[in-house]
Ligand binder design. Structure first.
Ligand SMILES: Cc1cc2nc3c(=O)[nH]c(=O)nc-3n(C[C@H](O)[C@H](O)[C@H](O)COP(=O)(O)OP(=O)(O)OC[C@H]3O[C@@H](n4cnc5c(N)ncnc54)[C@H](O)[C@@H]3O)c2cc1C
Length: 397
């Protein structure tokens, strides 16, 4: 018996029309397509173009700018299906590449900034990478040292970012930088600002990072030396960039969690199908509890995570207070990334030695899911957040 992932009742977000449209696109891109993209380290342009044409890459942009005016729940349903389509995080990052820039401009950008950028992003004419992480400031964002100094109607930017996805092809970077120095722990979150900075200019150097997987989407180190940025390219308020990003990252966490549910479904589907077919000792391996129980366990973990994603997305869409959305978004991100990683590992064990053959593609999911326990927020930091902000325990760091 072959179980198709769309028949596993894990998906709880609804929006079946959106899911069906995504599945129709996915069907054009077999596993071999994704294997080849990974091997050649090549952007999945055709896949991106199909999602662009269907309006999915900018579906949350308000209709007045040509977007779909979709909710986060709808975008989550779309991305869950992308994750379940065989392309793992390479496919997800291809489709959601502009997500943070879009939500930041929609929520915080001036009317002028929205008019300048949103239409071009909807048309697929502008790709924007997101620049927060620095070599000496990963988890502790308050330690970023990239500095933007105001000079007349410009900011002059100096500093370095790392891990910027898509920077090889992006035109702009939504850059979180300091516009005033860090004073002390109490004020650590203030003095940061968001700028739309140019990338394809001589003042910027970009170097690709050699990495273990998700090679269809490049990751980079980026250096800025005396880069001028128009003051009108400030997103939101000067000095409030960190607070602004907090709301955008809640949306990002919900969407990534949905992708994880989709990727976990794919792994569970492959593991279950193989367990039902592979015969060892004269019976299918799925008859052994050591194979069957971990698959059943994966199913329930993914079901739980899917419910958490749904609750977080609905709270976001309903305009729940940021603190409440933060609790739910972080919970969804943690549960979904842990459940998906567990499902990938179970699928590896179920496939025995063949899990290691690229032909089965399980290893691609196994590798590509791993960073989602670390980025964009590590699961230890989610535990810190829940321990301190939800349970009210003393800050542990
Ligand atoms: C594939 C990929 C794509 C990415 N894309 C982008 C991007 O587009 N833009 C961008 O800006 N960044 C991006 N990142 C960076 C990512 O957000 C960071 O890697 C992440 O925030 C962690 O930072 P770090 O790697 O410096 O780890 P560190 O901050 O050095 O932490 C190392 C480890 O220590 C743990 N740790 C640190 N402090 C504590 C504490 N107080 N309590 C418990 N544990 C702690 C962390 O959880 C982690 O496990 C990407 C990363 C990857 C792998």
């Amino acid at each position: 018996m072959v179980i198709k992932s769309e028949h596993l009742p894990i998906t709880t977000l609804g929006h079946d029309d959106i899911r069906a449209a995504v599945r129709a696109i996915n069907a054009k891109y077999p596993l071999e397509y994704w294997g080849a993209k990974e091997k050649r380290q090549e952007f999945a342009q055709e896949y991106f173009d199909d999602f662009l044409k269907a309006g999915f890459t900018t579906m949350t942009v308000p209709e007045e700018y040509g977007g779909g005016g979709a909710t986060i729940s709808q975008a989550a349903a779309m991305l869950e299906e992308v994750g379940a389509g065989g392309g793992a995080t390479a496919a997800c990052s291809t489709v959601h590449g502009n997500a943070i820039a879009l939500s930041s401009i929609i929520e915080h950008g001036s009317r002028e900034l929205q008019e300048k950028y949103l239409g071009r992003m909807v048309a697929g004419e502008l790709a924007v990478t997101f620049g927060v992480t620095e070599p000496d400031a990963g988890t502790d964002t308050s330690r970023i040292s990239t500095m933007a100094v105001r000079d007349g109607d410009k900011y002059i930017v100096n500093g370095q970012k790392v891990w910027n996805s898509h920077a090889q092809r992006a035109d702009k970077c939504l850059l979180l930088c300091r516009t005033s120095a860090r004073i002390g722990d109490a004020e650590r979150a203030s003095g940061m600002s968001m700028l739309m900075a140019d990338l394809k200019v001589p003042q910027v150097t970009i170097k690709k990072i050699d990495k273990l997987g998700r090679n269809a989407v490049d990751s980079n180190e980026v250096w800025f030396v005396d880069l001028p940025v128009d003051a009108s390219d400030l997103v939101g308020e000067e000095g409030k960039g960190f607070q602004q990003i907090l709301h955008s990252v809640n949306a990002e966490r919900i969407l990534l969690a949905a992708e994880c549910v989709g990727m976990g479904r794919w792994c569970l589907e492959k593991g279950t199908a193989y367990a039902g077919e592979r015969v060892v000792f004269g019976r299918t391996i799925g008859k052994n509890q050591s194979i069957q129980h971990p698959l059943a366990d994966s199913y329930m973990r993914l079901q739980g995570a899917a419910l958490a994603v749904r609750e977080a997305a609905e709270a976001y869409d309903a305009g729940a207070p940021p603190r409440e959305v933060g609790r739910l978004a972080n919970t969804a991100k943690y549960l979904a990334s842990e459940a998906a990683n567990a499902a990938a590992d179970v699928a590896m064990q179920t496939h025995g030695g063949y899990s290691f053959a690229t032909e089965y593609h399980i290893g691609r999911y196994w590798i590509e899911l791993r960073p989602l326990r670390i980025a964009p927020v590590s699961n230890q930091m989610v535990l810190n957040f829940i321990g301190e902000k939800v349970l009210g325990l003393e800050k542990s760091y």
